[in-house]
Ligand binder design. Structure first.
Ligand SMILES: O=C(O)CCC(=O)C(=O)O
Length: 262
């Protein structure tokens, strides 16, 4: 159960970090399965960089069912319910891998625009939970966030002329040239006001973050990989009005309340 101060911290700052939530043994079990996805790079839920390395794996339980249990773990699910004060369903789940030396960056963005415009979700009554599968230091491309930047809804996007006449492409929500990035001047303004926080942590650390928080991460030029899971829950009262046209591995269709795995 979260403490009152932790819940207040989350709502005020838009994120919350809990260290050592999972043991090394628990994480090792999952980590050992990640290499198996190399056999599935032609599957549509496995998103690769131009060099063939895996960037993200959506709905990893499709190929490796063991990953399914993580989304129902009480340390993530109950804590998220406490933060949102709502029953939740699983909205999206992915592994983000940043390979040693070459793992690529994520530009400054908010997540909610993708879910609002892409899937028709009405309000940001949602939460994302990042689980660190490796110890993450400053040089491995940790998640960067700007505290309190979640408070003003969806903000102005950075104009990207090269994407303007391009046909709407699913990959532009998934690759390193994102469709909805935050206007650079705004990023600067918020960063000057509230600073940028680098969320490093031990293996097994958990980071809860708001769908409107400004976040990004650098490339991983270090010799150490950085694997993470990001689970996004949505309130059962916030289901989309119509079915998303995006694939089921990007936007789950089962909106029944998720129950803790026991
Ligand atoms: O993996 C990261 O460092 C950032 C991921 C991210 O921003 C996202 O998946 O929306």
């Amino acid at each position: 159960m979260l403490k009152k101060e932790q819940i207040e911290f989350y709502h005020s700052n838009g994120y919350l970090v809990l260290i050592d939530v999972f043991s090394k043994e628990e994480i090792s079990k999952l980590n050992s399965k990640i290499k198996n996805f190399k056999n599935h790079t032609s599957q549509p839920n496995v998103i690769c960089e131009d060099n063939g390395d895996i960037r993200s794996i959506f709905a990893p339980e499709i190929q490796e069912p063991i990953f399914g249990d993580l989304t129902k773990d009480k340390r993530l699910l109950i804590a998220s319910e406490e933060l949102l004060k709502s029953a939740l369903y699983l909205y999206q789940y992915k592994l983000n891998l940043k390979e040693a030396y070459v793992g690529k960056y994520w530009e400054w963005h908010q997540d909610f625009p993708y879910w609002h415009f892409g899937d028709g979700i009405k309000t940001p009554e949602m939460i994302s939970v990042m689980v660190l599968f490796d110890e993450v230091k400053s040089y491995q491309g940790p998640l960067l966030i700007i505290p309190k930047s979640h408070q003003n809804g969806i903000v102005d996007f950075q104009h990207k002329a090269h994407l303007e006449n391009k046909k709407d492409n699913l990959l532009n929500s998934l690759n390193s040239d994102l469709k909805y990035t935050i206007n650079n001047e705004l990023v600067k303004e918020y960063a000057l006001k509230n600073k940028i926080v680098s969320l490093e942590g031990t293996q097994g650390t958990v980071i809860f973050f708001h769908p409107n928080i400004f976040h990004a991460s650098n490339s991983n030029v270090s010799p150490f990989k950085r694997s993470t899971a990001i689970i996004t829950y949505n309130s059962i009262h916030n289901t989309p009005e119509k079915k998303s046209s995006r694939p089921h591995y990007i936007c789950y269709r089962n909106t029944t309340r998720l129950k803790v795995f026991s």
